[in-house]
Ligand binder design. Structure first.
Ligand SMILES: Nc1nc2c(ncn2[C@@H]2O[C@H](COP(=O)(O)OP(=O)(O)OP(=O)(O)O)[C@@H](O)[C@H]2O)c(=O)[nH]1
Ligand SMILES: [Mg+2]
Length: 408
């Protein structure tokens, strides 16, 4: 059994800011990229990878047999699902541009990457303009309002009737019912309870919430259940430098990563063609054979190298890693059958690397692998020190775990 990724990352933003370029750079899937608004209509879905030091090096093993993930030079690349949707513009919720209904494709997303044109080279409607003439701050505010209004439209559906049924329940039951209703949005009861308490809405009957209460509740829920990281894209255009600085100053509580999706895409393609040696997330690359490149290609690569030196890479890998390891607070855990050899039942060394939320217990981890393993859980073995651990053992990053279960 090959363990699949359980994380979905949504790529959102104004139209024509580089969402599809970023998607393509992360997945190497060729998609339509053009310098005009509304090129993407149907969503693009693919697999990208987060980067983490492979535990095989820490264990002093010469190699591993990565299977659900990829190991390159001791670096484990672990898959995550990505979805690139059509672009938004201001007032999309009123049907402008392509509207906002297509955002329904993001219902199951765990985290959103908000791509902005940090070079200010597209206007409010995504039309190309002279770099530096549009303030990306406006886009952050307007586009995220569209996201909140989309979620509000879902939560508001039937609210009048539904809220009355909640009034008759105990608070904890009401939270459970409401969470169940919103589970299609990947919303869990902890999210609902936290949002209600944060706004002091627990002191008010559900049916008496005003539209403003419900909207504020939606925004709080969205922030917890679908946190947004900002990709300050087109950072390679000179005008982006000051705009990014000012963006960071005005959005102090937000995570903003300068990126050049275009540069990352160029590097990934060149690497695939065997022209350069580049591992995504590295701060530089190596040209394999200059003779196979035109002078124009070499000049372009040197420009990219200079950008990477200043920015510690293209920013694309850091963006994904920050979204998963920092915003979602995930860790990597390796399940094995044999805790002495670190192998699975067929003898493969550390084949699977799984992303799990920090705080996950050994029993919860067993359930993630297979329901039977969870149900029959007896104990687990921490393969690093060979200690037996119980069901409530909280996993650490890079743990190697064997589950012992009555059911196989
Ligand atoms: N300079 C520069 N240009 C970029 C970068 N990323 C994307 N672009 C350009 O921006 C334009 C739009 O790129 P797309 O990826 O199609 O943008 P999108 O956000 O998917 O657009 P829609 O699907 O139409 O909403 C193209 O001309 C890209 O080449 C970047 O990092 N730097
Ligand atoms: Mg697109």
């Amino acid at each position: 059994m090959v363990l699949q990724t359980n994380i979905l990352i949504g790529i959102i933003g104004k139209t024509n800011v580089g969402k599809s370029t970023l998607f393509s750079a992360m997945t190497l899937i060729p998609v339509r990229i053009e310098n005009r608004p509304f090129v993407t209509i149907e969503p693009n879905i693919g697999v990208g990878y987060v980067r983490s030091k492979c535990v095989h090096t820490e264990l002093g093993l010469p190699k591993c047999d990565a299977r659900n993930s990829i190991c390159v030079n001791g670096i484990r690349f672990i898959p995550v699902k990505l979805i690139d949707v059509a672009g938004l513009i201001k007032d999309a919720h009123q049907g402008r541009g392509l509207g906002n209904k297509f955002l329904d494709d993001l219902r199951q997303a765990d985290v959103l990457i908000h791509v902005v044109d940090a070079a200010g080279s597209t206007d409010e409607e995504g039309r190309p303009v002279k770099p530096g003439t549009h303030d990306p701050y406006e886009d952050v505010i307007q586009i995220e309002r569209e996201i909140d209004l989309w979620m509000y439209s879902i939560i508001k559906r039937d609210w009048d009737k539904f809220s009355k049924t909640l009034d008759h329940l105990q608070f904890s039951e009401a939270v459970a019912r409401l969470s169940q209703r919103l589970s299609g949005l990947s919303i869990r009861s902890v999210h609902v309870e936290k949002s209600i308490r944060e706004l002091d809405l627990d002191k008010k009957k559900f049916s008496l919430w005003s539209d403003k209460d419900l909207f504020e509740f939606t925004v709080a829920l969205r922030k917890i259940s679908k946190p947004i990281i900002i990709a300050a894209n087109k950072a390679d255009i000179p005008e982006a430098k000051d705009l990014i600085k000012s963006l960071i100053e005005r959005l102090k509580d937000r995570i903003i990563i300068p990126v050049s999706a275009e540069y990352e895409l160029a590097l990934r393609k060149a690497s695939k063609q065997g022209l350069i040696k580049y591992i995504s997330g590295d701060e530089s690359f190596e040209i394999i054979d200059r003779n196979r490149l035109t002078s124009q290609q070499i000049r372009a690569l040197e420009m990219i190298r200079e950008f990477m030196r200043e920015n510690h890479g293209t920013g694309v890998q850091r963006l994904l890693d920050t979204a998963v390891f920092q915003m979602l607070d995930m860790i990597v855990v390796y399940p094995v059958e044999d805790p002495n050899k670190y192998t699975d039942s067929s003898g493969a060394i550390l084949p699977d690397a799984l992303l799990v939320r920090r705080g996950t217990t050994a029993r919860e981890f067993a359930y993630m692998i297979h329901t039977d393993l969870g149900e029959g859980f007896i104990y687990a073995v921490n393969a690093k020190n060979k200690n037996r651990v119980g069901a409530d053992y909280i996993l650490n990053h890079n743990d190697v775990i064997k589950i012992v279960s009555a059911k196989k």
